[in-house]
Design a protein around this ligand. Structure first.
Ligand SMILES: [Zn+2]
Length: 134
């Protein structure tokens, strides 16, 4: 792809991922943290934004809801003048190149797949990658 074909470009997006490696328990003293999809409500929005990594549903972008929303978001981005997205879901957080191709074909958005290994996932799962830190 030539640079002049990129158009309006978002440089760090995630259209699909499993980010379980950053899951943290909810802070102590918060009695009604929304852990599940059914409990996502406007009244919980503030606390969810403050502690986004304490909700399993919030850190996984790999379910049917996420896939449907991503295509809708891409179509809205295209309608607003967007043309390209750099998708940074790399090895370790469930990269899905086939889904990226499908979303690109259905939306007309160029999707550039990032490469590499997610650092947090690597630190927590070194044996999975067969690597060691010296
Ligand atoms: Zn990211």
């Amino acid at each position: 792809m030539k640079v002049d074909e990129l158009g309006v470009t978002l440089t760090h997006e995630h259209l699909h991922m499993q980010f379980d490696c950053v899951l943290q328990g909810p802070p102590k003293g918060i009695p009604s943290y929304p852990p599940a999809k059914e409990e996502f409500q406007l009244k919980n929005l503030g606390i969810l934004r403050q502690y986004p990594y304490s909700s399993v549903y919030n850190i996984k972008l790999d379910d049917v809801d996420s896939k449907n929303i991503m295509l809708d978001e891409l179509l809205r981005y295209k309608a607003a003048g967007g043309n390209t997205i750099v998708e940074n879901t790399v090895h370790g957080i469930s990269r899905n190149n086939e889904l990226l191709r499908t979303l690109s074909e259905q939306s007309g958005i160029n999707i550039i797949a990032g490469t590499g290994i997610n650092f947090i996932s690597y630190i927590l799962n070194k044996e999975h990658f067969g690597l060691e830190t010296k």
